[in-house]
Design a protein around this ligand. Structure first.
Ligand code: CMX
Ligand code: CO
Length: 141
């Protein structure tokens, strides 16, 4: 079902501060930035690896609102790893399979993700406390 690690999502207080740190540390480059209002985030994608099955990124996430998943996470736990995202070829069949096996889906149907991708979150409680995102990338990403 999973094709790759698409990204590691990291909650930060300020993208303006976090981006130069990641660029400095690893020579990564920001290849995409957007605000996703529904998710309540301003995000920056830094490309780690391009492969046959798609790309892998670090996703830096700054909350747009305090009352958002990343805003609440920062208030409770402080900056750090927020979620892991796996690539899938077909997110509809991946979600159907997870539903059949009884996992608690945050999104029962896919929603809009980075750069036109289709994404869905699986609740952390069934996956060892790790909030998990599935990503079906848009054509050409
Ligand atoms: N990782 C692991 N556990 C988490 C978590 C995270 N990122 N966020 C919350 N939790 C845990 C809390 O620790 C808490 O556990 P306990 O009950 O044991 O204390 C429980 O989940 C509930 O926490 P909460 O602060 O009350 O949060 P909510 O229930 O309101 O929301 C969740 C939790 C996962 C449903 C919500 O964060 C969500 O919908 N996430 C998916 C959307 C998202 O994260 N969007 C931002 C990223 C967008 C992107 O990647 O593109
Ligand atoms: Co993500």
């Amino acid at each position: 079902m999973l094709t790759r690690i698409d990204h590691v999502g990291i909650a930060v207080v300020s993208l303006a501060e976090a981006i130069p740190r990641y660029e400095e540390a690893f020579g990564l480059k920001v290849v995409h930035q957007e605000d996703n209002d529904r998710q309540g985030v301003r995000e920056a994608m830094l490309l780690v690896h391009s492969g046959e099955v798609g790309n892998s990124y670090v996703q830096l996430l700054e909350p747009l609102r305090e009352d958002s998943p990343v805003g609440k996470f920062l208030a409770k736990r402080g900056p750090g790893i927020h979620h892991i995202a796996y690539g899938v070829a077909d997110i509809d069949s991946a979600l159907a399979a997870l539903t059949t096996t009884g996992f608690d889906l945050v999104n029962k149907t896919p929603v809009h993700g980075t750069a036109g991708s289709r994404i869905a979150f699986v609740h952390p409680k069934g996956l060892g406390g790790v909030l998990t995102e599935l990503v079906e990338a848009a054509e050409g990403h």
